[in-house]
Design a binder for this molecule. Structure first.
Ligand SMILES: [Zn+2]
Length: 303
């Protein structure tokens, strides 16, 4: 497996678990490289279902089962969610996929992307399925930053790093990414307090990571808007606190002086998911971000 996807703590751990036939039912794969996490998930599906000639924990990459995984047509692996906010439809599809019993000797791999942005409602339903797994199922949850994952999820999965770099580099990247998100949250806080204009806010968000493209910055901006909305709800006691939010920002969020129409938050988060897709589809990032902030403003009335 490490030949196929590179050596890292997660690969070594999953390989050992497959060899000893002691796979846990759920893992949180943490790392910034989404492609590496997906490749590792595919390798687990191959190793768990290969019909070719190979040692334990390995796979041949040539048999029909391995080729189906590569072609995206295997019944033994399914990927749910994307980089955006989780849709209820996706949760329903996941639950029906994970509740079907596997053929004997098969390993069914359910992969969940964007676990960092799970809301409590979505997480509750996913967790229920993960905690009472039908045998032959393994759940791989993908995260960029484990500090952002709801504590209810973190406490129920085995957490593993997917990266070739050293631990120190990984920790530095985590810290830098958290600092960037905190800076984005500050910008949104100023916007919510009506201290800064819409166009100035869009400009700041798009310039946030100076070495990144406008598209990347717009994506990060939209993800932070989702985080911001969740944080405001948390700060107001509507949902339990999240470990990842920095202490410097959280009390501030509680004091944001606006009336929030909470009945519209779900729809707003759905729209954010669509807006993330628009950026992937090359819609002008400035326009997408402006529209998201306009919707945020419409949902909130200043007192
Ligand atoms: Zn094979």
């Amino acid at each position: 497996m490490s030949d196929a996807v590179g050596d890292c703590p997660a690969t070594r751990c999953l390989e050992a678990a497959l060899v000893s036939n002691r796979l846990a039912h759920a893992y949180l794969l943490v790392g910034r490289d989404e492609g590496a996490k997906l490749a590792l998930a595919a390798a687990v599906a191959k190793a768990g279902n290969c019909r070719g000639d190979h040692g334990p924990g390995e796979f041949c990459d040539a048999c029909p089962s391995c080729r189906q995984v590569d072609a995206g047509g295997s019944a033994n692996i399914r990927i749910f969610g994307d980089s955006g906010v989780l849709k209820i439809d996706t949760v329903d599809q996941f639950i029906s996929y994970a509740s079907v019993k596997t053929a004997s000797g098969c390993l069914k791999v359910s992969v969940f992307r964007g676990v960092d942005f799970f809301t409590d409602v979505a997480a509750d339903r996913v967790l229920k399925t993960i905690e009472e797994p039908v045998s032959g199922n393994v759940f791989l949850l993908l995260s960029r930053n484990s500090r952002r994952v709801l504590p209810t999820i973190r406490s129920r999965v085995q957490i593993m790093k997917v990266e070739q770099s050293t631990q120190e580099v990984a920790d530095l990247q985590d810290a830098a990414s958290t600092a960037g998100e905190d800076a984005c949250l500050e910008v949104l806080l100023e916007f919510a307090k009506a201290n800064v204009s819409l166009s100035e806010t869009v400009g700041r968000l798009l310039r946030m990571g100076s070495q990144n493209s406008l598209r990347d910055n717009a994506t990060a901006g939209l993800q932070t808007i989702a985080l911001f909305m969740n944080s405001v709800l948390r700060a107001r006691g509507k949902v339990p606190p999240l470990a990842g939010i920095s202490l410097s920002t959280e009390p501030e969020l509680a004091r944001v002086n606006f009336v929030l129409d909470e009945s519209r938050v779900g729809l707003f988060l759905d729209h954010l998911g669509e807006r993330l897709k628009h950026i992937e589809q090359n819609v002008n990032p400035e326009l997408v971000l402006t529209n998201a902030l306009l919707e945020l403003r419409r949902m909130t009335t200043h007192e």
